[in-house]
Write a protein that binds this ligand. Structure first.
Ligand code: PMP
Length: 421
């Protein structure tokens, strides 16, 4: 069918979308409503970001006030604005590496690509211009910009876009020794950075094996490879800490965040660069290198105003710690699903996110099964994120125990009502 509305949806089969759009009209707390006024539990916090839920007056007020005071101004050269300065100070003070610098942009993909460019520029300006190679993890996801598409390890997301940014290679997501072997194969003198989600999100909620994060951080350090923790999903409470990577006793060279930094209300991303990475650009000496990079909306005052109020909400309501407090209750509620005949695996227990995989038999018999399961969950009043093998959830951090029970009841019913072809 030819779409009748020109809106082109991301990651969508446009032939199937038209006539089937789910139009979300409003949101409040952990719930959203469609244009038929049906209410749904937002078990995905939209795209892993509505960490404080929807419909916060405080954000609306701060955004409106900022729009009235200074609706926009750029950050290029010596321009600054008060919300951006305040946000950079707050984010830097919270970061695991003291003295970190903060580069602001419009979202996760922006700051992933900023991290890649900063990594190369760092080595270029410190006399090692041959350190250009990036290593990603299979199943990793780092957004849809140029570098992020290349460094991401989800094969279907690369099809049709090649040739992608080079040189890039990928290692298994759960094997620290494989990273070291790859650094040695390429030659440490050529490798700029390793990109790592603490918990892989879009690639299916893949938890790192015990000791993995510490091991890869140590390997990177030993080989002078920058360790980039992509915490776009993991940050702002999803793993029960400010950044996600700070659950482990490691000091990443760079951290990328977005999503939860504004609860998704206004697009914003931040790159947090450890002092040693940023140092060449901050010497203050004449002729010091300039990072010739920056999107138009870097440090947009309205986005930064939303972020500053978001941090207030997290602090006041203790929401950052909730991601950890809720991880076991969520895992407990989902654990029973493993006995369902259609379910192969349930991944949960580290942070407030989880994934459920269907069995290979189901997926072979009906390649559309995960889409059907998404729809079955929706019929049970719960929005989930379809994955290649099943679905993922990452509910708002304000979710309470009755809402977890709601999930525990909805999913078996959705699986039971699945009509496979
Ligand atoms: N990195 C990770 C780990 C992500 O999950 C995402 C988005 N889901 C991105 C980067 C890209 O962020 P954005 O979509 O805001 O560009």
């Amino acid at each position: 069918m030819q779409p009748t509305n020109p809106l082109w949806h991301p990651f969508a089969d446009m032939g199937a979308v038209d006539g089937d759009r789910m139009i979300i009209t409003r949101g409040a707390g952990s719930y959203v409503w469609d244009d038929q006024d049906r209410r749904y539990f937002d078990a995905t916090a939209s795209l892993w970001y509505a960490n404080f839920g929807h419909g916060r007056e405080e954000i609306a007020d701060a955004v409106a006030a900022q729009l009235r005071k200074l609706d926009s101004y750029n950050l290029f050269g010596y321009y600054a604005n008060e919300p951006a300065l305040k946000l950079a100070e707050r984010v830097s003070a919270l970061a695991p590496t003291p003295g970190s610098k903060v580069f602001l942009a419009s979202g996760g993909g922006d700051v992933v690509d900023t991290a890649a460019k900063v990594a190369r520029a760092h080595f270029f300006h410190t006399g090692r211009p041959e350190k250009t190679h990036f290593i990603g993890r299979r199943l990793g996801y780092h957004g849809t910009h140029g570098f992020g598409t290349a460094i991401g390890g989800l094969a279907p997301n690369r099809v049709g876009f090649e040739p992608l940014q080079e040189p890039v290679s990928h290692v298994p997501f759960d094997d620290a020794a494989a990273l070291e072997a790859e650094i040695q194969r390429v030659g440490a003198e050529r490798v700029a950075a390793f990109f790592c989600e603490p918990v892989i999100g879009a690639g299916g909620v893949q938890l790192p094996p015990p000791g993995y994060i510490e091991a890869v951080a140590e390997i990177c350090k030993r080989h002078d490879v920058l360790f980039v923790a992509d915490c776009v999903i993991a940050g702002f409470g999803r793993l029960g800490t400010w950044f996600g990577i700070d659950r482990w006793p490691v000091q990443p060279d760079m951290i990328t965040v977005a999503k939860g930094i504004t609860g998704g209300t206004i697009p914003l991303g931040a790159l947090i660069a450890a002092p040693r990475v940023a140092e060449p650009f901050f010497t203050g000496k004449p002729g010091a290198p300039i990072l010739r990079h920056g999107p138009t909306y870097a440090g947009h005052p309205v986005a930064c105003a939303a972020a500053n109020v978001t941090l207030d909400i997290y602090e006041r309501e203790g929401l950052i710690a909730r991601g950890r407090e809720l991880e076991k209750p969520l895992a407990d509620v989902l654990s029973g699903l493993i006995s369902h005949p259609l379910v192969a695996e349930v991944r949960a227990g580290l942070g407030f996110l989880a994934a459920v995989d269907l069995t290979d038999d189901v997926l072979e018999a009906d390649p559309g099964a995960s889409g059907k399961l998404q729809r079955a969950c929706r019929e049970e009043g719960v929005l989930v994120r379809p994955l290649a093998k099943g679905f993922a959830i990452s509910p708002p951090l304000i979710a309470d125990e009755p809402e977890l029970d709601l999930l525990g009841n909805a999913f078996p019913r959705a699986l039971d009502r699945l009509e496979l072809s």
